[in-house]
Each structure stands twice: as C-alpha cells, then as structure tokens.
Design a protein. Structure first.
Length: 137
C-alpha cells in the first residue's frame, strides 16, 4: 500500500502556502521578523535528502537554488541561510532564510531565539504576491 503525500501538521500550522515547483511545495513561515521560506518535497514518508531518487535530489537542488537566488534578489539579502534540520518536524523540509547583518539575531542562527511575530493579513497578501511574482508562479 502506498501512502500519499500530506504536509506535516506543524508546517500547516506555522506556515502560509505560496505555491508549488515541480517537486516541492513552497511555504512562508508565519514570522514577520525574517523572510523565511520552506521547500517541502511532495513525497510521502521522506525524512532525508538521500531518500529521494537521484533525479529528485537534482530537482530539489535546482528548486532550492532558484528559490534562494530569487529571495536574495527580492529581499536584497546579505546572506541566505539554507538548512534541513528536521528535529521537530521529521518530514523533509528545507529552510531558506534571508539574513541581514542588521537583523536582531545576526550573526547567530535564528533557531529558537525569538517567539514568532505573525504577519498581518495585509503583510501576507503583499509578501506572497511579491514572492509569487519574483518566482514567476
């Protein structure tokens, strides 16, 4: 019996859906302190990158690079932090966080440093529209 892909409950609660690439679902973390996006390969039961097929790993790398480059351009990033940690959410997901030398966590990682400050409805509409336009979604 094959299982179908389902986005992890924690990602559903913490994120806003932006759209899809060929392999990955694109999410925006609902934390207005940092432009923070997540790619989730839409493959059931995958916890690690090596569990993807060779072709899927290549697609993931291409989608991640495309996302990172476009976020860096759109948000004028000083640095892009990209990580697949998965300690709280075992489903494979790749964080893409725009960083600035002036952000409140710099130069440390942002993980667990600050409570999330959710976007307002207007910010969600504005940010998602800008990101979708930049990514040509």
């Amino acid at each position: 019996m094959t299982t179908t892909f389902q986005l992890h409950e924690r990602l559903q609660l913490d994120c806003i859906s932006i759209g899809r690439f060929d392999l990955c679902h694109i999410l925006m973390m609902n934390d207005s302190q940092f432009p923070w996006f997540i790619l989730v390969p839409e493959k059931a039961g995958i916890r690690e990158i090596y569990q993807l097929s060779k072709a899927e790993r290549h697609t993931l790398a291409e989608e991640s690079s495309y996302l990172a480059e476009n976020l860096a351009i759109l948000y004028k990033a000083d640095k892009m932090n990209i990580a697949a940690i998965g300690n709280l959410v075992p489903q494979l997901h790749i964080h893409h966080i725009v960083r600035y030398q002036t952000d409140k966590a710099w130069p440390a990682p942002i993980w667990g440093k600050f409570a999330a400050i959710p976007y307002t409805r207007l910010q969600i509409l504005d940010d998602t529209a800008r990101v979708k336009a930049q990514l040509k979604l």
